[in-house]
Structures are given as C-alpha cells and as structure tokens.
Design a protein around this ligand. Structure first.
Ligand SMILES: Nc1nc2c(ncn2[C@@H]2O[C@H](COP(=O)(O)OP(=O)(O)OP(=O)(O)O)[C@@H](O)[C@H]2O)c(=O)[nH]1
Length: 292
C-alpha cells in the first residue's frame, strides 16, 4: 500500500490513532529492525502521549544481529523496553507478551490490590507503512479473532484478537507517517523497500547504498563487486560493476540504469547479507553533538 501523506491525511491518521488509544493499555510500536530510527514516526511521543509502549523491532531476520542488540540496549537506556522479532516466520513472538506484562506489572498489581479482577492486557500496533503490521497481526491472530460490540466513543466496531489468554490486540493497526523530510532517511527507507521506486532516483539510491556498504560493510562489498570503496568519479565505480556483471547496452556501452538497479536489488535481496542501516554509534554521536 502506498499512502500520499498530505497534512490532511496526517491529521486524520493521528486522530484515528488517538481514538483507538483510548481503548488500550499499551502500544506496540512496530519498527523495522534495519532502521530503528528511520522507520519511526517523528511525532510518536506526542501522539501516544504517556501511554505505556513496547518497541518491537520487526524483520530482525534481515537486520545485523549485533546492531539489533545494541539498539535494544540503546532504547533500554532511554526507558523503552524493546524486543526483536521476525513476524514472517513467527519467531520471538512470545517475547511480546512477556515484555507487555513486565511493562504493565505495577499497574496490574495496583488493580489487584484494589480488588479488581485480573483481565487481559489490551494492546494496539502502530507503525509506518510496510513495517509488517498486518503480518504480525495475522501471526498473532491464528484463529483467535473475537468480535466485540461497539465501544463507547468509537463509531466503528472494533475487533479484538486474543493472543494467548493474556493479551487482546486490536485487529486494525494505527498507521503513521515516516520521517520523510530528511533526505537520508528517505534513501534508507527506499533501500529497504518501504518507499515506492517510482518516486526515487535509482542512481542516487545505488550510490547511497554503495557508499553505505563501503563504510559499514567493506568486506561484503569486496566479496560481491571486488571493490572496497566508491571512486570519487562515480562513473568509474559504475563501469567496474557494469563490466563485472556484464551489463551492456546495444552499442556495447555500460548500461548505468541497469547497474543502479542491480545494486539496489542486491541490497534488498540480501546479497550483501543482513544489514542495519541506522547505526547506534552514529546516533550517539549525533546526540552528543546536539548536547554541545
Ligand atoms: N523478512 C521479513 N519480512 C517481513 C516481516 N514482517 C513482514 N514482512 C514483509 O514485509 C512486507 C510488508 O508487510 P505488511 O504486513 O504488509 O506491512 P504493513 O505494515 O501491514 O503495511 P501497510 O499495510 O502498508 O501499512 C511484506 O512483504 C511482509 O511479508 C519479517 O519479520 N521478516
């Protein structure tokens, strides 16, 4: 699904999320483990206000494990519990229930001490497009979709999905916009396939990808393309890859469009292995600079 995010749509999305928030105890903020910063909504804190939140790093199977561990630690230090999962194969889902119980432990104990009967935790998933919201909901749902009637304050009947006996999940996720105003974020989102190819320049994307790999994963770049850095004259790098991959136009010249496409596809199809595009160390550097 592609959504054009105009101010009106953003306001509507925000309103819809805030309506649903009234129904839940906790928000599951779904983010892409390859982009733990860039795949988050820039206004999430304001939108969900003080609602308890669990960060779920989805698509962990495509991310760099060592970076994922660092990101979980990074978020923990900022007071946010985070877990890494793979919704596509249903890996790590049990961590979600455990973490939600942990986050709400005190509240539940208070309720118990006031003599209230224990009940399931009500949760909703929020995330930017393509982060895997539907996949996760379907995974958690199995056959446990429970229909409920109208809830006060909300016009459309909400369906709850029973996840084990401890969690009830709203069956429709909240969709919020990504941080597209930052050009580098846009390129990262595009490299992971979160943004439609029609709105990006493939050559820019390929160049960004190659530079990223040369900095963070030079060995993998060498293994696949026989280079460890990107030449200042970009055309030399494109020529090199074009020759290596035999991408020639009708007159025998290198087809640069095709080279760009090959690079982007190689990255997306994991021919460079599992990659995390947002680096914890760079984020910490940015934070340190901002504090100065
Ligand atoms: N490898 C991998 N792919 C995943 C995972 N979760 C989702 N996907 C894939 O990511 C793509 C997007 O998943 P969706 O569940 O449609 O994402 P969504 O957030 O509901 O997307 P919108 O409907 O656009 O908001 C699909 O191709 C899924 O198969 C995961 O954990 N690992």
């Amino acid at each position: 699904m592609t959504i054009q995010w105009f101010p009106g749509h953003m306001a509507k999305a925000r309103r819809e999320v805030q309506e649903k928030l009234k129904l839940v105890d906790i928000v599951f903020e779904l983010i892409d483990a390859r982009l733990p910063m860039s795949s988050r909504n820039p206004m999430m804190d304001q939108v969900i206000n003080q609602k308890p939140r669990l960060l779920i790093l989805n698509k962990a199977d495509m991310a760099d494990d060592s970076e994922t561990r660092k990101w979980i630690e990074y978020f923990a230090q900022r007071g946010h519990m985070a877990v890494a999962i793979n919704s596509l194969e249903g890996k790590g889902l049990q961590k979600v229930t455990k973490a939600a119980q942990e986050i709400l432990k005190e509240k539940w104990e208070r309720m118990k001490s006031r003599g209230m009967k224990p009940r399931a935790i009500r949760a909703m998933i929020i995330g930017i497009p393509n982060v895997g919201k539907s996949t996760l909901i379907n995974r958690l749902a199995k056959k446990n979709i429970a229909k409920t009637g109208n809830m006060p304050g909300i016009t459309k009947a909400q369906q709850w999905i029973k996840v084990g006996k401890d969690i009830e999940l709203l069956d429709t996720p909240g969709i919020l916009w990504p941080k597209f105003e930052d050009q580098e974020v846009g390129l990262k989102l595009a490299l992971t396939g979160a943004i439609k190819d029609t709105i990006i320049n493939m050559e820019d994307l390929a160049v960004y990808g190659l530079k990223f790999l040369s900095i963070h994963y030079p060995n993998r770049l060498e293994e696949r393309y026989g280079i460890t850095s990107v030449d200042e004259e970009l055309v030399n790098t494109f020529d090199h890859i074009g020759k290596r991959r035999k991408v020639f136009g009708p007159g025998g010249e290198i087809d640069y469009d095709q080279v760009a496409l090959i690079v982007v596809r190689d990255i997306r199809n994991q021919h460079f292995g599992t990659i995390t595009f947002d680096s914890v160390d760079e984020e910490l550097e940015k934070e340190a600079l901002a504090e100065q």
